[in-house]
Design a protein around this ligand. Structure first.
Ligand code: ADP
Ligand code: MG
Length: 348
């Protein structure tokens, strides 16, 4: 969390734009067969032969989407790539390439951008995607990062938000609410640090939730798993804004209703403990927290035997006819209409 004041700082002006691009991208190697030409020409050239292509872009703005006082630049680079890959996987596609565009002010040194690119490189390696281009420009104040992710999917295998059918099962990967509680811890420590910079916090008890915030993973493994299990979801979305909002997206686009069971929502014990400490309801956090980057999807009942033994997948509800509405069935078995609240809207 603390910036090392003795670190070497090479001003970006020492390199110039082209020197900087060359320096930052020198380690990127082409791995995907679909990449014909990567970095270095006016445009990348890709050849997907018989596949369908999916494309997704995100823009991250300092002070709005990330706070560099607790987000190390390496993690930021990693996260910027991962959150885009998550959108590609949510189409049931495999990610193959990314482009990365940055706008930086002279507040950033070469070493800072090297850290950012180390994170980008790590993510590209782990998720097996090629960095095939981008753009580099200056900004007057903060840092902006835009990542575009490209992926491929066999014809007719892409999964949209609009295919859920009544009687389908609603399934989620992993567990929810961790990223939001990690953010609460980091915000709290930032305030403590402001008051007493010598205070060295012991964050061991929060390692999982902090990691969920600072180093999220996209569920490429779930896309592979579904393929291996021969399960094709009828609808799918990634959980970036909280379970509530994503369920509402699927239901609205699929023209269906839904019953979500509170007692089925998967929560890590550390999320439950941190919620107790902050006196926040863990269901509220799972519903509205966001940034978990898990996959939410619907499957036909026939596919249930294929997924039921898998510890990474939890059935959390049922798709209903549209007229039956969209509800949370609480532990006390009362039905509450589900609404998207999105803490994020209040936080920015
Ligand atoms: P142009 O003038 O055509 O925009 P640039 O000089 O900006 O070309 O880019 C040269 C090459 O470097 C291109 O292949 C471009 O995609 C790539 N590139 C530029 N900036 C970045 C970046 N931040 N990350 C990765 N690749 C980049
Ligand atoms: Mg350019």
């Amino acid at each position: 969390m603390i910036e090392d004041k003795n670190q070497h700082r090479t001003p970006l002006s020492d390199l110039g734009e082209f020197g900087l691009i060359d320096h930052l991208t020198r380690n990127f190697k082409v791995k995907q067969p679909s990449t014909v030409k990567g970095i270095g020409d006016d445009a990348a050239v890709l050849n997907f032969k018989e596949h369908k292509i999916v494309v997704s872009t995100d823009l991250l703005v300092e002070g709005v989407h990330f706070d560099l006082s607790y987000m190390p630049l390496k993690h930021l680079g990693y996260k910027a790539v991962v959150v885009n890959l998550s959108d590609v996987y949510a189409m049931n596609a495999q990610a193959t390439q990314v482009t990365v565009s940055i706008a930086v002010s002279n507040r950033f040194s070469l070493e800072a951008l090297e850290a950012l690119y180390a994170g980008i490189e790590t993510a590209a390696k782990i998720y097996n995607v090629d960095v095939v281009g981008g753009d580099t420009t200056s900004s007057t104040t903060g840092l902006l990062i835009s990542v575009t992710a490209i992926g491929q999917v066999d014809h007719d295998n892409e999964v949209y938000r609009n295919g859920a059918k009544p009687n389908n099962l609603l399934v989620v990967s992993g567990d929810l609410g961790g990223a939001y509680m990690g953010l609460q811890i980091l915000e709290r420590e930032k305030e403590v640090y402001k008051v007493n910079p010598n205070n060295q916090p012991d964050l061991d008890a929060y390692s999982y939730v902090i990691e969920r915030q600072l180093k999220p993973e996209a569920r490429q493994d779930i896309i592979r798993l579904l393929k291996d299990l021969d399960v094709r979801p009828t609808a799918m979305i990634d959980i970036s804004d909280g379970l509530s909002s994503e369920i509402l997206h699927i239901c609205k686009q699929s023209q269906v209703g839904c019953d979500l069971y509170e007692n089925k929502i998967p929560l890590d014990p550390q999320v439950i403990a941190t919620c107790e400490e902050f006196d926040i309801d863990s269901t509220t956090v799972a519903l509205n927290g966001g940034e978990d980057y898990e996959l939410l999807f619907t499957i036909s009942q026939e596919d249930y035997p294929k997924i039921k033994a898998n510890p990474s997948l939890t059935v959390i509800g049922y798709i209903k006819e549209k007229g039956e509405g969209i509800h949370l069935v609480t532990r006390a078995e009362t039905k509450i209409e589900l609404k998207a609240q999105g803490w994020k809207n209040f936080n920015v």
